[in-house]
Ligand binder design. Structure first.
Ligand SMILES: [Zn+2]
Length: 467
C-alpha cells in the first residue's frame, strides 16, 4: 500500500547514536531473518507472472524445521497458485490471540525497468534492493523469523500468536487471501486484534521523525455518471445535450467540498503533529485536534494531504462521450472517484453526490464494489506498548496514529470485527518511498531495527514484562 499523510516538515532531536546497539538483533537472528527475506524476495509472486504458493511453502518448510507441528500450520487458498499460510504459536490463552499479517504478493517488476534484477535480493550501499523488499516481504520475513526465535527461546506468551501470510493484496482479487480466510477459515485467524503493514517509521535525510501507526484508512467508492440522449444531427441542435448535462454536473462537483471533520484517530494525529511542526501552523494543528472548525479550514488549505485527512473527497477521473463529430451525443459519462472517511457511509456520499449534481438527467451509479470498514479503536494498551517500544529503541521519536488514504487488507479485518493496526518500525526516508516503483529498497539497518521493534512489541503485547 502507499498514499498517506506525511509528517510535513519536522526536525526532531533524535539521533541515530545508540539506536544501533539497542535496535540491532543478535547476529544469528539477523542471519535467519535475512535468509528468509532473500528466499521470499527471490520468488516471483506478482499477479500475472507469479504465484504466492511457493512463498508460503518456503515459510512452512522453515517453520516445520524449527519444530512447529504440521497441525499448527495451514497452507491453502482460493486457488492452488494463490495459497496463504496461517501458523499458530500457542500461548497460555489468558488473552485472546494476536494476528500478525503480511501479504506475499508483489506489484510486477520488469528487469529492463530496473538497475538490477528485481527478483534477486541485492545488498548494496547500505540498502536491500528487490521487488517486495518494502512492500511487504520485509514484514512477512520478520514475522516468520521472530516466531521461530520465540519458539527457540521458549517464550511463553499469554495469548496465541498467529502469523498469516496472504495472497493478492496488490491485485485486489479475485483471490484476496484475507477475504478468503475470513470466509472459509475464520477460526484460524480470529483474534483480539491484528498488526499489519500500512504504518512505518518516517525519517527525513536520515533523521527519524515518527513511528507511524495506521489505525484507520479511507475507503473507495467509484461512481459512474451517465447521461443518455436520443441524439440527432448536429446541424439541428437542441438545448437538451448529454455533454452539457454532464459538464454542468461536473462543474457543480468541482465547486463542492464535503464538510471538514475529525475523528479519534485524526485528532490524535493532529495533536501529535502540533508537537512536531514548528511555526504558526503548530497552534492551528493543536486547535484542529480540539475540533476548531476555523483552524480546520486553514489546515485543510495548507496541504492536500491534510485536506484529504479532514474530509471525504470526490474527484472526476475519467470521461467519455459522443460518437461522431457531426452528431448530437447519445452518451456522456464520467467516473468520479471518492475517498471516503470511515465514518461516512455509502448512502451519505451517494445522496450528497445526487444533491450536488442536481440534475435528474444525470444517472448516478456505483461502479464496482466498495468495502467500507470502521476505524480501529485507539486502544490504550496497544498505543502505550507501541510508544514504549518506540521510545526505548529511538529515544525522542513519537509514535503517531494515522488514517491513511490508500487501502490495505486491514479493511477486511476491521469489517470482520478484528481491529487492525499498521505498524512496522521500519524507517523510510520520506523522500525515498519506492513501493511499487523501480529499484524498491529498504535500508539494511532499518530492516534489522524493524525486526527488533516487532520482536519486542509482540512480546510486550503477549504478556512479557517490559524489557
Ligand atoms: Zn502492501
Amino acid at each position: 500500500m502507499i498514499n498517506r499523510p506525511f509528517i510535513v516538515c519536522a526536525i526532531l532531536g533524535a539521533t541515530a547514536a545508540g539506536a544501533q546497539d539497542r535496535a540491532t538483533p543478535p547476529e544469528a537472528e539477523r542471519q535467519l531473518a535475512r535468509a528468509i527475506y532473500k528466499e521470499m524476495v527471490e520468488i516471483k509472486s506478482g499477479f500475472t507472472t507469479g504465484t504466492t504458493t511457493p512463498v508460503v511453502e518456503a515459510a512452512a518448510r522453515r517453520l516445520k524445521a524449527a519444530g512447529f507441528p504440521a497441525s499448527d500450520i495451514f497452507v491453502g487458498g482460493a486457488n492452488p497458485k494463490k495459497a496463504n499460510l496461517v501458523v499458530r504459536y500457542h500461548g497460555t490463552g489468558r488473552q485472546r490471540p494476536i494476528l500478525l499479517l503480511a501479504h506475499t504478493d508483489v506489484v510486477e517488476a520488469k528487469r529492463e525497468d530496473w538497475s538490477m534484477d528485481p527478483f534477486v535480493l541485492t545488498e548494496k550501499d547500505g540498502y536491500f534492493y528487490g521487488r517486495g523488499t518494502g512492500d511487504d516481504k520485509a514484514q512477512a520475513a520478520i514475522w516468520i523469523a521472530n516466531l521461530i526465535r520465540y519458539k527457540r527461546e521458549g517464550f511463553k506468551p499469554d495469548r496465541d500468536i498467529i502469523v498469516a501470510l496472504t495472497a493478492d493484496e496488490e491485485g485486489g482479487g479475485p483471490y484476496n487471501g484475507v477475504e478468503w480466510l475470513l470466509k472459509n477459515k475464520k477460526s484460524l485467524i480470529d483474534a483480539d486484534f491484528a498488526l499489519n503493514e500500512g504504518g512505518w517509521g518516517e525519517s527525513m535525510k536520515g533523521t527519524r521523525l515518527a513511528n507511524d501507526v495506521q489505525v484507520s484508512e479511507k475507503y473507495v467508492i467509484n461512481y459512474r455518471l451517465e447521461v443518455h440522449n436520443k441524439g440527432g444531427h448536429s446541424s439541428l441542435p437542441v438545448a437538451d445535450n448529454a455533454i452539457y448535462h454532464l459538464a454542468g454536473a461536473l462543474d457543480r462537483l468541482s465547486r463542492f467540498s464535503f464538510p471538514l471533520k475529525t475523528n479519534d484517530v485524526t485528532r490524535a494525529y493532529f495533536s501529535a503533529m502540533s508537537n512536531i511542526e514548528k511555526g504558526p501552523i503548530s497552534a492551528d494543528l493543536a486547535a484542529v485536534a480540539k475540533g476548531d472548525t476555523a483552524a480546520m479550514t486553514r489546515v485543510a488549505n495548507a496541504t492536500t494531504a491534510w485536506n484529504a485527512t479532514l474530509r471525504t473527497t470526490c474527484i472526476a477521473t475519467m470521461l467519455e462521450g459522443g460518437h461522431a463529430k457531426n452528431a448530437l451525443p447519445q452518451l456522456a459519462a464520467a467516473t468520479v472517484n471518492c475517498r471516503v472517511l470511515p465514518e461516512d457511509g455509502v448512502e451519505y456520499v451517494t445522496s450528497a453526490l445526487r444533491r450536488v449534481v442536481a440534475d435528474t438527467a444525470v444517472h448516478i451509479a456505483i461502479d464496482g464494489e466498495s468495502h467500507s470498514a470502521p476505524a480501529s479503536p485507539m486502544r490504550d494498551d496497544l498505543m502505550r506498548a507501541i510508544s514504549a517500544v518506540t521510545t526505548q529503541l529511538w529515544p525522542g521519536v513519537p509514535a503517531v496514529p494515522m488514517m491513511v488514504m490508500g487501502a490495505t487488507d486491514g479493511l477486511y479485518l476491521r469489517a470482520a470485527g478484528i481491529p487492525t493496526y499498521g505498524v512496522q518500525g521500519i524507517f523510510y526516508d520520506r523522500d525515498d518511498i519506492r513501493f511499487h516503483g523501480r529499484d524498491e529498497r529498504v535500508k539494511v539497518q532499518s530492516f534489522y531495527e524493524g525486526q527488533t521493534f516487532l520482536y519486542q512489541l509482540v512480546k510486550r503485547l503477549s504478556g512479557a514484562p517490559a524489557a
